[in-house]
Unconditional design. Structure first.
Length: 105
């Protein structure tokens, strides 16, 4: 399934498989659970995001986002979670290729 959400607000996705770039851009108040996300830049410039029990693959995950929380997730990609404000990681695992993760501003 290929899907993108632009400027979307107040929604929950569960048991979802997403493939495609530019997904969840400029979104607010979203919850994603028990899903697989393969997207170059999911949650870019998004706010108030909760991601639980997911596998995420992407190069620029949550870039320039605010109030983002990942719980029990596996995260893959070269530069995930760079420049995110109020980022919380709870029991998450990073792939060995995440060498540029968590870059500060």
């Amino acid at each position: 399934m290929i899907t993108s959400f632009f400027n979307s607000k107040n929604f929950t996705l569960e048991n979802f498989i997403l493939q495609g770039n530019y997904s969840f851009q400029n979104c607010k108040n979203i919850i994603v659970r028990n899903s697989i996300l393969d997207s170059r830049d999911a949650f870019w410039e998004s706010e108030n995001v909760l991601v639980e029990n997911c596998v995420l693959t992407g190069e620029y995950l949550a870039l320039h986002s605010k109030n983002v929380r990942f719980v029990n997730c596996k995260i893959e990609g070269t530069q995930p979670l760079c420049y995110a404000d109020d980022l919380i990681l709870d029991n998450c695992a990073f792939d060995k290729d995440c060498d540029l993760a968590l870059r500060a501003q």
